[in-house]
Design a binder for this molecule. Structure first.
Ligand SMILES: Cc1ncc(COP(=O)(O)O)c(C=O)c1O
Length: 446
C-alpha cells in the first residue's frame, strides 16, 4: 500500500474533487478512506470513524453487506453489461422496474433508469417537456423549484437548485427556472411560526404561478424534506398545500426523493408519509445504498401512456438499466425488506435518533434542531447569538471538523451540522455519534 503522504501528493497533483476547496484540502491533506463495515469506516492512518452521513446520505443498508456484494459478482459473471437501447434489455432491469412499480406510491408504475440523482431529475425534466409537447402544450417549459433546494449539478439541475453557492459560480439558473421561497422558517427568522411561514410560502408560490402564467409552467419539483440545503422538514400543511396548488393549475408535481427514498424517514418514500401522489418521482442513493451508481425516474401511468404512444423516445444513457447496478438494487431492496429497516427507522432507531438530536435544543451553541426519521440537523450560533451570525463564520464546517477529530463524520453546511447515518445504526452507535457531536459543540466557541 502506498504511504499516506505519497497518495496525498498524487491526489493533489492529479485529482479534481467534487464540492471541494482544493487549496484548503491540499493544505490539510486529503482524508483517504480505506475500508468499511456496518456504520464504521477506517481511514488510511488506521483510525476508525463512525459514518454519520452514510457516505453522502446514501448507504442505507450499511457497508460490506454480503448480499449486495454477491449480487454484483453473480451478475458480473453472468452478463456484466448490456444496454437497454433499441428494443433490448436485461432481466435485472426488468425485475427492478417491476419491483419499484410495486413499491412506489400511487400511479408510479414505470421506471426510466440512469446513473445518479442529477440524471434522474434531468430525465424528469426531459420527459416532462416531451409530455407537454405531445399533449399539444409546448409552451409549458418553465420549471418551479424552491430556495434551499438541491436537485443536482447538470446545467439544468443546477438551475433547479436553489442555493447561491451552487448557482453563482456558473452564472445559473438558466432562463425559465424559477425559484420560489423555500419553507425554511429559521432562515426567515420565523421559527416561532413555522406554519404561518409555510402558508406565506404557498401564497408566494401561487402569486409567482399567476404572474408567470400557469400555461407556461411544466412542473414543480420538491424534495419532501430538503436535504443538502440544510435538512428542512416541511411545516405542517405545507406539502399538502403545494401539491394541491400544482393540481389547481394543471402543473405536474415531481417528488425528488433522492435522499428521502428507501427508508430514511421510516417509510419507503416521503410521498407515502405526506400522501403526495406525485406525477414523477426521482430516485438514486438509497436505491443501491451507493454500492453502484444508479438512478431512476418513476413516471405515473397517465404520463407514461402519452410517452409510450408518442413515437421514438430519444433519451437515455449508455448505462441506463445497467444490469449489475439493477441486480445490486434488487439485493439492496431485499435487505431493506428482510431486515425490516423501514419499520426499524419508524419505530425504533428513528425516534431514538430524534430524541438524542432534540436533547441539544438547550445547548448554548444551538439555534435550532430539525429532523425527521433518521435525518437531522443542528443549526449553530456564535456566543453573541443568532443575530451576530456572519456568512464567513461557517460554524457547521468548524463543528464537523471537530466531530471528525473525535471519530464521527457528520456534514457541515454553512452554520449547521447534518447527520443521516445508515438505517442499520444501533442505539449505542447513535450514542457514540451524538457524544462526539456534543464534544464538538462544547468546543465550538474556543
Ligand atoms: C435531493 C437530491 N436530488 C438530487 C441529488 C443529486 O444526486 P447525484 O449527486 O447522485 O447526482 C442529490 C444529491 O445529494 C439530492 O440530495
Amino acid at each position: 500500500m502506498s504511504t499516506l503522504s505519497a497518495l496525498q501528493k498524487l491526489d493533489a497533483e492529479h485529482h479534481l474533487h467534487p464540492f471541494t476547496n482544493h487549496a484548503d484540502m491540499h493544505r490539510a491533506g486529503t482524508h483517504i478512506l480505506t475500508e468499511a463495515q456496518g456504520v464504521w469506516l477506517h481511514d488510511h492512518t488506521g483510525r476508525r470513524l463512525l459514518d454519520g452521513l452514510a457516505g453522502l446520505w446514501a448507504v442505507n443498508v450499511g457497508y460490506g453487506r454480503r448480499e449486495l456484494i454477491s449480487a454484483v459478482t453473480k451478475q458480473m459473471e453472468r452478463l456484466c453489461y448490456y444496454p437497454s437501447f433499441f428494443n433490448s434489455t436485461t432481466e435485472p432491469a426488468i425485475q427492478l422496474a417491476a419491483k419499484l412499480s410495486g413499491l412506489a406510491p400511487g400511479r408510479l408504475h414505470h421506471a426510466m433508469f440512469c446513473n445518479s440523482g442529477s440524471e434522474a431529475n434531468e430525465t424528469a425534466l426531459k420527459l416532462i417537456r416531451a409530455y407537454w409537447k405531445l399533449r399539444g402544450q409546448p409552451g409549458r417549459v418553465k420549471i418551479i423549484t424552491r430556495e434551499f433546494a438541491y436537485h443536482g449539478v447538470t446545467l439544468a439541475t443546477t438551475s433547479m437548485t436553489g442555493l447561491p453557492s451552487c448557482n453563482l459560480p456558473f452564472d445559473l439558473p438558466l432562463p425559465g427556472f424559477i425559484h420560489v421561497p423555500g419553507p425554511h422558517a429559521y432562515a426567515a427568522n420565523r421559527e416561532n411560526d413555522r406554519e404561518g411561514h409555510g402558508r406565506w410560502c404557498i401564497e408566494e408560490t401561487e402569486r409567482v404561478i399567476q404572474s408567470e402564467g400557469p400555461e407556461t409552467i411544466g412542473a414543480i419539483f420538491a424534495e419532501p424534506v430538503q436535504g443538502a440545503g440544510g435538512v428542512i422538514p416541511p411545516p405542517p400543511g405545507y406539502l399538502t398545500a403545494l401539491r394541491a396548488l400544482a393540481r389547481k393549475y394543471g402543473i405536474l408535481f415531481v417528488a425528488d426523493e433522492v435522499i428521502t427514498g428507501f427508508g430514511r424517514l421510516g417509510a419507503w418514500f416521503a410521498s407515502d408519509l405526506w400522501k403526495l401522489d406525485p406525477d414523477l418521482m426521482c430516485l438514486a442513493k438509497g436505491l443501491t445504498s451507493g454500492y453502484l451508481p444508479l438512478g431512476a425516474t418513476m413516471v405515473a401511468d397517465d404520463i407514461a401512456d402519452v410517452l409510450i404512444h408518442g413515437g421514438y423516445l430519444a433519451h437515455g444513457f449508455t448505462y441506463s438499466g445497467h444490469p449489475t447496478s439493477c441486480a445490486v438494487a434488487l439485493a439492496n431492496i431485499g435487505v431493506i425488506e428482510n431486515d425490516k429497516l423501514i419499520e426499524r427507522v419508524r419505530d425504533d432507531v428513528g425516534p431514538y435518533f430524534q430524541a438524542k438530536l432534540r436533547s441539544f435544543a438547550g445547548h448554548p451553541a444551538v439555534g435550532e434542531v430539525r429532523g425527521e426519521g433518521l435525518i437531522g440537523a443542528l443549526d449553530l450560533i456564535p456566543r453573541a447569538g443568532k443575530a451576530a451570525l456572519k456568512p464567513d463564520m461557517l460554524l457547521g464546517i468548524k463543528a464537523a471538523n471537530l466531530a471528525r477529530a473525535g471519530g464521527v463524520i457528520v456534514r457541515g453546511i454553512r452554520d449547521l451540522v447534518a447527520a443521516a447515518p445508515p438505517l442499520t445504526i444501533t442505539h449505542e452507535e447513535i450514542d457514540f455519534l451524538f457524544a462526539a457531536v456534543g464534544t464538538a459543540l462544547d468546543r465550538l466557541w474556543d
